[in-house]
Ligand binder design. Structure first.
Ligand code: REL
Ligand code: ZN
Length: 421
């Protein structure tokens, strides 16, 4: 039934955007099977690398001294600097409060121990249930790197038993650090020593197939710096052409590329020391045009590349852009990006992923994003409504579902068409 009153359209959108379940297609979270690799709780929230970086804007402590402290002590220092000495207004700091509040904590206290106390007796599994329910996240895609020994151990034993957590095979080292990757592959029993040749690429393909199966990968992915190019006689091109792309096509999996990170501009900041850089989208264009059957899930980190990527997506139906990544995951950037992406692509993209590293962040990252997505959609519907087009609740739910998981599923279905049985 059509909603005749504009107020009803507005209300329906805002309710549906709040309530509809989402698939979070890129996170750094793990299921409880991964034990301490699943980060959750008050101290982990506070030492999130986004907040560590903000802490050093104020603190005069040396980096070395900070890193010598325990996680609890680091969390206390950050709490003091970012929540007590001044108000927590940044995206990352205010996000902590959103998560606390939605999980039922009384956020009027400035005493960190009150918050710690509240979750003291929780188990990881209980917290996962509470968080997924509060965030209305139905599926969480992990980032799975078999070259990481502690993660590999889990996969070699019980693996992941929680069906709400899904796998994605991460291959940064294969593309960017072959010295390290080949040593690790050799340690796992793959014959990759010596020159790059057909035998070596065959072994890499075997690794990719075996481990995609083991982690139940929905896609294969990597983050790349902005200056890598495709098509020359370099390692990255050979790895993509001879191993990664053929395996994606054979298994029917999309390739995810996250482009535009400059790692470790300040190594003293550790995980917080990475920077964004403007990317040369030649790589993406060249891969898209030479492999029309390969589905590409793409996000770029530089704001300067956003318009170009959106336009490029219109040219290639095998490119699906996703998310407002990292430094773009802020209220104003999500607003800007979602607005013009919708203007150029309608519903044919994935507006957001969370990139969470700490479980409870699913709540704030999705709540803040849902609000912006809802505002943008309302403003776009407004024009349609004023042209006399009537929207029903079913239309609204259908449209939002396409953004909240439908598009991601379509990309995977399209990728599966090349699967060799
Ligand atoms: O997947 C990636 O490469 C990045 O998202 C991460 O490296 C980054 O540290 C993450 O926490 C950003 O949100
Ligand atoms: Zn990430």
């Amino acid at each position: 039934t059509p909603l005749r009153k504009w107020e009803d359209v507005e209300r329906t959108v805002s309710l549906a955007a709040k309530e509809l379940p989402v698939t979070d297609m890129h996170t750094h979270l793990f299921s409880a099977d991964f034990k301490e690799q699943l980060l959750w709780g008050v101290d982990e929230l506070l030492i999130y690398h986004y907040l560590t970086a903000e802490y050093f804007r104020y603190s005069e402590l040396s980096y070395d001294d900070f890193w010598k402290y325990s996680k609890q002590q680091q969390a206390e220092l950050i709490w003091q600097e970012l929540f007590v000495k001044r108000s927590p207004v940044s995206e990352a700091a205010s996000g902590v409060l959103t998560a606390f509040r939605r999980l039922g904590l009384d956020t009027s206290s400035r005493d960190i121990n009150i918050y710690r106390e509240a979750w003291k007796n929780r188990t990881a599994s209980e917290q996962i249930d509470k968080v997924l329910a509060a965030a209305r996240v139905k599926e969480v895609v992990m980032t799975n790197d078999p070259l990481d020994r502690s993660e590999r151990e889990v996969w070699l034993h019980q693996g992941n038993t929680d069906t709400r957590f899904l796998g994605a095979l991460r291959i940064d080292a294969l593309l960017l650090n072959w010295t390290v990757a080949s040593a690790e592959l050799a340690a796992m029993g793959y014959q990759v020593e010596g020159e790059w040749n057909d035998g070596v690429s065959g072994e890499v393909r075997r690794f990719l197939k075996e481990w995609s199966a083991k982690v139940g990968a929905l896609y294969i992915a990597a983050s790349l710096p902005g200056d890598v190019r495709f098509g020359g006689r370099d390692h990255l091109t050979a790895m993509l052409e001879e191993a990664v792309i053929p395996v994606c096509l054979e298994l029917g999996l999309p390739l995810g590329l996250m482009i535009g990170v400059r790692r470790q501009v300040n190594p003293s900041l550790k995980l917080a020391g990475d920077m964004s850089m403007k990317a040369d989208l030649q790589l993406l264009e060249a891969v898209a045009v030479s492999h029309p059957d390969l589905q590409l899930l793409i996000t770029v980190l530089a704001r300067e590349n956003q318009h170009e990527l959106t336009v490029l997506s219109r040219k290639f139906r095998n490119i699906t852009l996703f998310g407002c990544w990292w430094f773009l995951h802020t209220e104003s950037m999500i607003q800007e990006l979602t607005r013009f992406r919708t203007e150029l692509l309608g519903f044919s993209y994935i507006p957001q992923h969370s990139d969470c590293r700490v479980l409870e962040q699913l709540i704030n990252k999705w709540e803040h994003s849902r609000t912006v997505i809802s505002e943008v959609l309302v403003s776009k519907y407004k024009r349609v409504y004023e042209s006399g087009w009537l929207l029903s609740e079913e239309d609204i739910v259908r449209d939002l579902n396409e953004w909240f998981g439908g598009r991601f599923a379509v990309v995977r279905q399209n990728a599966a068409k090349t699967k060799v049985r």
